[in-house]
Design a protein around this ligand. Structure first.
Ligand code: DQA
Length: 153
């Protein structure tokens, strides 16, 4: 199973960006964490980050036929982008939305998630762990590389 992990604007500045809100670990550390989580779950993973809405839409489109599922943190576009919602609906891959912070407990404008409307689950407020949970959830639900039920060796 192949999972595409897509990160939106300013997540590339993790560690520098509002460390009291987003933590002190940088984006490279997040990528390492995601790779480890994928290895643990027995799935392959590719990551992508962009600060541009249209580029994120293109990345979601590019997942069609190449990936089995999407994990997405659309960052600020979560709360504004019907284009990202429509792109997720267009490719219709199983998707999980992740946020490092608890978007329901911050400013009111963060309470709406357009992307979340196309996602099976939202995991928010668990920091990097949220990505592990999302990958694990998708692997458990959709990974068919391991035989289900009894195994014959
Ligand atoms: C975020 C939450 C968003 O509201 C914010 O705009 C981000 C990051 C998170 O991971 O907590 O950029 O998606």
């Amino acid at each position: 199973m192949k999972i595409f992990v897509i990160n939106g604007p300013s997540l590339n500045l993790l560690g520098i960006r509002e460390p009291d809100v987003y933590g002190r670990e940088d984006y490279a550390a997040l990528l390492r964490f995601i790779r480890e989580a994928a290895a643990e779950a027995g799935v392959s993973v590719e990551t992508f980050q962009s600060n541009h809405e249209g580029t994120l839409v293109d990345a979601i489109h590019s997942a069609y036929g190449r990936f089995d599922a999407i994990v997405i943190n659309p960052a600020a576009y979560t709360h504004t982008s019907v284009a990202i919602l429509d792109a997720l609906r267009a490719v219709a891959l199983p998707a999980v939305e992740v946020h490092l912070t608890d978007i329901s407990a911050r400013e009111p404008f963060r309470r709406v998630s357009y992307a979340g409307m196309a996602c099976e689950r939202t995991i928010a407020g668990r920091g990097f762990e949220g990505y592990r949970e999302a990958i694990r959830y998708l692997a458990e639900k959709y990974n068919e590389t391991e035989p289900k039920g009894g195994t014959e060796r």
